[in-house]
Design a protein around this ligand. Structure first.
Ligand code: SF4
Length: 712
């Protein structure tokens, strides 16, 4: 039977034995793809699910695709999911995830695989060469110690691909059966292999180690670079010439065309409020500022947005958002012109990409280091000794030296490498987690900029899960309203209309309940907000992290390109489920996808439970409770729709408050009850797991003495 949307096989890489095995994807079809597929593979292939350090050889790392990859589904065709136990979190490193874009997932499927399961540890550094179904392990001599860009270029040459793609076709010469077939072009391609690799930050097993692909696609959070470094895995290269069957190509192209005709901003009529919608402007996102107008958009495979750029100046290519701003606060101190500011800033983006270093740690971490230095605590001869040239802070030279040290466990990097909160404890700076100088709010990770005391769904989702969620689904409310204030534009939509519009899409838990979006003080710990968080956890686990709809574009709740302002999400003409069904041939309803997300989220919680999680550990860093959100380092205000005492909706600034410990504990109890989890421990119960077809998972938890008790 044709498995529409799938390549049909999963590749197991046993690094210890340097052996490749295959598993039929059909066994895992019920999990969809991406995170669901990866979590199920982790469950089956990770024999010790109690580990909390991702560098343990027992850890299993999964790179998983979705049925939508290698198809033209807008802003979904090229994303990829990475899973496994992470490294560098606090107090434990959970089973966690990260994602990246580009063309790796496409190539993997065209080579014949839906996922890669990476097991064991190689005795010495290796890289893996996949050409269609042929898999070869190579010693990584000549690659280990190189940066991520050099490693990729060397692999392209070793594989034989022309580094200059304009030179035309090349023959993969994969196997005798798959050699050049003039009828299908099987065995020939104009594409370079897609390489996923680590740089020095991963090789030296630092918490900042990323996986990097091409110039600027990175799986940043979770420390997966360190996981690969510990496994002695430098890179996986893949190139394929196969094809992926699509159940209803006409329906797929029709829905894509509807997206372009209806939901996309016209580039000739740019609209500040619509940049973040499906297929928005082909402008690099959040570059401060772009170095030149001589640029062209660059996109993941199949995306009609193109949120990154390639510049004529040759630096800052393919980076977007956070990595193009990690060093900006420092550069602002020294740059003498906008041009200089742009150049240092974007060259600093290139530095983190090449070292394979997660720039996100600097989101609030750079302010903390600055604070320690300015207080005379950090520097040459100081309590926290550092020989870095702090006098040149803000220059490109300093950025390079800082990233080099952090990536090689040198200078302050020797302590930061195992996790930033761990370093704070070692340096006797726990008070900084209390007074807010160190804003690492959840699981040893930095706050995202959307403070958990204000943007509730973000903060709750992160602490109830495994990491900073980095899901901007509802964040469009804040950015839309803030943009209007910041640019002195008229407010396009009033608070009541906006929340009612969004609530139409929140089936099944909160449809028609706009109060779930009221983040006012009186509603912070309510059943309504808990229902919103549930919807969000389940939506993202399936649609965003398993089907792999890109976070930058989906969901599309509110869209100013259509007269009624209703976005594409859940719509009959171009909703997420329409694309899923066109590719797979399923008859999935939007709500079926939410329910599958619930199943995946429950499997995740079962793994966290085996790792040792208990509700008592689910707490924010102390500053979230003990200080007020007033600093406004990133934003001068935090406008959000709230109801006033008479029930009227209005945009209100919700800065200035702290999280109440008791209130949050009450919220957890409500959330666990709604999820069908034990409210005392937060562990899943048998009834909930069996209701999701996970009886075997319940058996495992029971055997481990960690099955939640049923509500009486
Ligand atoms: S919006 Fe950007 S990151 Fe998302 S799929 Fe498109 S190009 Fe990739």
């Amino acid at each position: 039977m044709t498995l529409y949307g799938y390549a049909g096989r999963i590749l197991r890489l046993d690094l210890t034995a340097r052996r490749a095995l295959a598993v039929d994807t059909a066994r895992y079809r019920s999990w969809g793809g991406g995170h669901g597929l990866g979590a199920a593979l982790f469950w089956d292939f990770c024999r010790d699910k109690t580990i909390t350090d991702g560098r343990d050889p027992a850890n299993v790392c999964i790179v998983a695709t979705s049925p939508l990859n290698a198809t033209p589904v807008p802003s979904a065709g090229g994303r990829c999911e990475v899973l496994g136990v992470g490294f560098g979190m606090y107090p434990f490193s959970w089973f966690t995830r990260s994602g990246f874009g580009g063309r790796f997932s496409t190539m993997l499927k065209q080579a014949g695989f839906d996922a890669i399961v990476i097991e064991g540890r190689a005795s010495s550094p290796v890289w893996v060469d996949i050409r269609n179904r042929k898999v070869v392990f190579h010693d990584a001599d000549g690659l280990w110690g190189t940066d991520t860009w050099t490693a990729q270029q060397r692999i392209w040459r070793m594989v034989g691909a022309p580094c200059d793609v304009r030179s035309g076709w090349w023959d993969l010469n994969a196997t005798a059966e798959e050699a050049l077939d003039p009828a299908t072009d099987q065995g020939r391609t104009t594409q370079r292999p897609a390489v996923l690799c680590i740089g020095p930050a991963g090789e030296n097993q630092t918490a900042a180690g990323c996986l990097i692909h091409d110039a600027g696609n990175g799986a940043g959070q979770g420390g997966f670079g360190a996981v690969w470094g510990a496994k002695n895995l430098k890179a996986i290269s893949v190139v394929g010439t196969g094809e992926i069957p699509v159940a209803d190509p006409k329906a797929l192209l029709r829905a894509r065309q509807v997206t372009k005709d209806k939901y996309v901003t016209d580039i000739r009529q740019p609209d500040f409020a619509t940049w973040a919608h499906v297929g928005g402007l082909p402008t690099p996102l959040f570059m401060n500022p772009p170095p030149t107008d001589e640029r062209r958009p660059q996109a993941c495979q199949g995306c009609i947005n193109g949120c990154r750029a390639r510049f004529a100046v040759g630096y800052g290519n393919e980076s977007t958002c956070q990595e193009t701003a990690w060093y900006l606060p420092a550069v602002r101190r020294v740059a003498r012109s906008v041009q200089e500011l742009s150049e240092i800033n974007l060259r600093a983006a290139d530095v983190v990409q090449k070292y394979g270093h997660n720039s996100f740690l600097f989101q609030t971490g750079l302010h903390w280091l600055e604070h320690l230095h300015e207080e005379g605590l950090l520097g040459p001869g100081k309590a926290i000794a550092s020989e870095l040239p702090w006098d040149s802070y803000g220059t490109l030279e300093f950025a390079e030296k800082l990233i080099h040290a952090l990536s090689h466990r040198q200078d302050i990097g020797a302590d930061l490498a195992d996790g930033w909160v761990q370093a704070a404890i070692k340096w006797g700076r726990e008070e900084d987690l209390r007074n807010g100088h160190m804003q690492f709010s959840y699981w040893g990770m930095p706050e995202h900029g959307y403070d958990p005391r204000a943007e509730l769904e973000w903060g709750y989702g992160s602490i109830l899960g495994d990491r900073d969620i980095n899901e901007h689904c509802f964040n469009i409310i804040f950015t839309h309203v803030t943009a209007a204030f910041a640019y002195a534009k008229p407010m396009r939509i009033q608070a009541q209309q906006l929340v009612e519009l969004i609530a139409e899409k929140l089936s099944p838990y909160a449809v028609g309940r706009p109060e779930v979006l009221d983040f006012g003080d009186g509603n912070m710990y309510s059943e309504a907000v808990a229902q919103l968080v549930r919807w969000h956890r389940h939506y993202t686990r399936f649609y965003k992290q398993s089907a792999l709809f890109c976070d930058l574009k989906w969901p599309d709740f509110y869209n100013t390109n259509v007269p009624d302002l209703r976005g594409a999400t859940a719509s009959d003409d171009a909703g997420e489920q329409v694309f899923w069904n066109a590719v797979t041939g399923d008859e999935l309803t939007f709500e079926d996808g939410i329910e599958l997300g619930r199943r995946i989220w429950n499997l995740d919680n079962a793994i966290w439970t085996l790792q040792g999680r208990h509700r008592d550990m689910v707490v924010y860093a102390p500053y979230v409770y003990e200080t007020r959100y007033t600093k406004g380092e990133l934003f001068p205000f935090f406008m959000w729709p709230c109801r006033d005492s008479s029930g009227e909706w209005q945009y209100r600034d919700i800065m200035g408050r702290s999280m109440d410990r008791g209130g949050f504990e009450e919220f957890k109890t409500i959330f666990y009850r709604l999820e069908g989890w034990d409210v005392d421990s937060g562990w899943p119960t048998r009834a909930t797991l069996e209701g999701l077809g996970l009886a075997e998972v319940a058996d495992t938890l029971e055997a481990a003495g960690r099955l939640g008790k049923e509500a009486s």
